[in-house]
Design a protein around this ligand. Structure first.
Ligand code: PLP
Length: 471
């Protein structure tokens, strides 16, 4: 005990550590503030280690401690937000950033962000312009809407439209549509936060037109329809069509708003997705306004798109919250570039990564597995059993929860290592690799694996199965 305490006095002083050749040289490339923090934390840890009777006696040699500091500096200097290789097979993984962007979008971001742009400047007139004009016409062309505007995300779009159209009064919603989606977006709470009273009608499984009709009074300013994007009510069910809601609302001279969630711009049933109304079809029913996300099945950047009748859109634009939720120029650049691809649906299918991944034929997935498998066995050797099996991918992002996209994946079963150790090691690689575990196997789904990342994936697996080796 006293021996260990006596050693406390030999812990190196911070200033002395900073003068060691290793750390002095590190000052050339790394911020002083990080090196000092790393030195302080390292010495604090060594002190704890000395005080802990169970711990091994640390090496307190100045050079050895400096090496520990250098390792810590490297950790601190790593960016927090970094690349992940997604082999989960979940296309719109909300935790992994949802939709990857198409190359046109990346190019637009680079060009617009490196210098100045006509973000809010009308180049024809030489005077102030509006930022939403860059995408309004495109959105209208693609959806048949009269007018459109865009905000930060769809949650913001719903809040803004609710506040603008029914703030201070009430909106009618079916009990079957009072949804919660991830990240604390719950319709009743969103309505309360927007200053809109909630009038619930119908039941969980059935709501009839007369339920809406009976609820409409002088206090009701809006009918809200919500797409139940992340669950399904099956069996004895009934919901009221957009057409019927529009007729009813317009008899009462109020608008109908539909939150579509994902918002399809084209029919994706040929690629195994269930039949869902496109934005164009939703508007055709007579509904006044629809909102949807930019980074779900559209495959663009995070954004909330609002499209519909001009007079209603005008009201939305004038609401003070519109300024608080305004879209950023990088997002706008990416959104315009992505939407432009949709003018030619074939081009969108080929170039928008989300659509491309969605429409991959099983034969192509099998081909990818067969190409990857021998390379994988090369780096892993005898450390795991590797096989190609059938497994379904999912859309994710709260969209189409029941839809399974059939495909083939590589299944790894480590012989010595636990799956927990394997996934932890893969997450600490650079770039990190995130996959899924099913039936005691680690699955690598080629559907969400970008071809350019294949070598990086192999390298990560090599490191995970052979830790401590130089690579
Ligand atoms: C995803 C979703 C939202 C939220 O959209 P964000 O773009 O994530 O803000 C709102 N409503 C529905 C029905 C959704 O599916």
């Amino acid at each position: 005990m006293s021996d260990r305490r006596a050693l406390l006095r030999t812990l190196p002083a911070i200033d002395l550590l900073l003068c060691t050749p290793l750390l002095a040289e590190l000052e050339q490339t790394q911020p002083h503030i990080l090196i000092r923090e790393a030195a302080q934390k390292t010495v604090d840890d060594l002190r704890q280690q000395l005080l802990d009777e169970q711990a091994m006696l640390p090496d307190l040699d100045l050079g050895a401690v400096a090496s520990l500091v250098a390792i810590r500096v490297a950790e601190l200097a790593k960016p927090s937000l970094r690349k992940v290789i997604n082999v989960t097979g979940t296309l719109l993984h909300t935790n992994l950033g949802r939709a990857p962007l198409c190359s046109d979008a990346l190019q637009a971001i680079t060009e617009i962000s490196q210098g100045y742009s006509n973000l809010e400047y009308d180049l024809d007139e030489g005077q102030r312009g509006k930022r939403f004009t860059h995408v309004e016409e495109l959105i209208c062309k693609l959806t048949g809407g009269e007018a459109a505007t865009v905000v930060n995300n769809n949650a913001g779009a719903v809040m803004l439209t609710l506040a603008a159209l029914a703030g201070g009064s009430s909106a009618v919603v079916s009990r079957g549509e009072l949804i919660e989606i991830g990240g604390s977006f719950r319709i009743p709470d969103i309505m309360a936060a927007s200053g809109v009273g909630l009038i619930e009608v119908g039941t969980t499984n059935k709501t009839h037109l007369k339920d809406y009709a009976e609820a409409l009074g002088s206090e009701t300013a809006l009918i809200l329809k919500v797409h139940t994007s992340n669950y399904r009510i099956l069996g004895f069910t009934e919901a009221v069509s957009g057409e019927d809601l529009a007729v009813l609302a317009h008899q009462h001279e109020i608008p109908v708003l539909e939150d579509l969630g994902s918002g399809l711009l084209m029919d994706l049933t040929p690629y195994g997705l269930p039949r869902e109304p496109t934005v164009r079809e939703a508007l055709k029913t007579g509904i006044d306004l629809v909102t949807f996300s930019g980074d779900k099945l559209l495959g663009g950047p995070q954004a909330g798109i609002i499209v519909g009748n001009r007079d209603v859109i005008d009201k939305v634009r004038k609401h003070p919250m519109a300024r608080a939720l305004r879209i950023d120029k990088l997002t706008l650049a990416a959104l315009e570039a992505t939407l432009r691809l949709y003018l030619d649906p074939q081009k969108a299918l080929e170039q928008v990564p989300t659509l491309k991944m969605l429409s991959l034929p099983v034969a192509e997935l099998q081909q990818r597995c067969e190409t990857l498998l021998p390379r994988l066995m090369e780096v892993i050797g005898e450390a795991a059993d590797c096989t190609i099996i059938e497994a379904a991918a999912t859309v994710g992002g709260g969209a189409l929860p029941l839809t399974e996209l059939p495909g083939q994946v590589i299944a790894l079963k480590p012989k010595e290592m636990s799956l927990n150790v394997l996934t932890t090691r893969l997450r600490s690689c650079e770039p990190a690799v995130v996959g899924r575990i099913q039936n005691d196997q680690f699955l690598i789904d080629p559907r969400t694996l970008n071809n350019d990342d294949k070598e990086l994936l192999l390298l990560a697996l090599k490191q995970a199965f052979n830790p401590g080796q130089d690579h």
